[in-house]
Design a protein around this ligand. Sequence first.
Ligand code: SAM
Length: 320
Amino acid sequence: MIVDKQGRRFRSLRVSLTAACNYACNYCVANGQRLLKASNELSADQLIAAVGYLIEAAGIDKVRITGGEPLITDKFDPFLAAVMKLPLQDVSLTTNGQFLKEKRDVIVDAGIQRINISLDSLNPLRFRQIASGGDLASVLEGIDLMLEAGLRVKLNMVPLRSQNSGDIVPLLQYSLERGIELRYIELMRMGHLVNNAAFQADFFPRESILDMIREHYEFERTDAPFDSTSVRYEIPGKGFFGIIANESAPFCSSCTRLRLSSDGYLYGCISNNNRHFIGDLLDLPRHRGLPALQDMLVNALGDKQDAFKGEVTVMKLIGG
Ligand code: SAM
């Protein structure tokens, strides 16, 4: 097993099936610019081969399917069916939820247990302003369908000072009523937001989120798994919520994440642009491919940082 000086290893792999997205959230990309799929994306078979290799070489035991928007690529159905057959402890999905109705049967039949859905506002207009499109009603219907099918649903909201801080409490109320765990993600200095005034203007820190919630609910901090990125809180008798506070409470020292982009690059750290092309290794005979991949993983682990610095990388390219 490959372990760094701080005892960190890769356990959890995020696979971006495509860079393309039907939304253009204004904290993710600039000026409503929709990212298209990369011309050299790996096929579903190649991505599955890469995951198989990473299970063997790095000891990956959890996979999260993400993007871009994973539900809009043809690769989603075959990838999901194949990844569920791999020896993994956990397979989960992150989606903007727009096409959950269309993909309901594929998701449920595959037997996936956990799904994270991004939802930044319950106000249809504000929702569309942030996402530069999309349809709130379809997302809400999708959430209900997943709950009815018995999946464990988490919601992800990125609070932005000038846009949706007024949704912090309504989204919590909505989630508590449905037994959903809501996670607030502190805005990250990525892509066009890297270290600039736009980031400072919209950054809404953990303490401010907690202050807003405190006006309506009593809560206490509770346990989260060791390698969880989220600080978890319990509202006694009502439920849980979490905050992924990469700025206020960095979690780099316990990070186990590795990312695979849709065009075949491994990223060892979300806050580091270094990347390592795995695509060429997939065609090598195993006795050559595996040691080469292990060398690559040593370098990728070396890319991990001690604190989140921000990066020009766009989240949807590397799988947020
Ligand atoms: N399309 C899918 C979705 O919307 O969930 C998966 C990809 S999206 C990049 C994954 C997550 O990254 C979303 O929850 C999104 O809110 C988050 N995200 C993107 N850019 C971010 C940023 N600069 N700061 C914080 N979260 C960000």
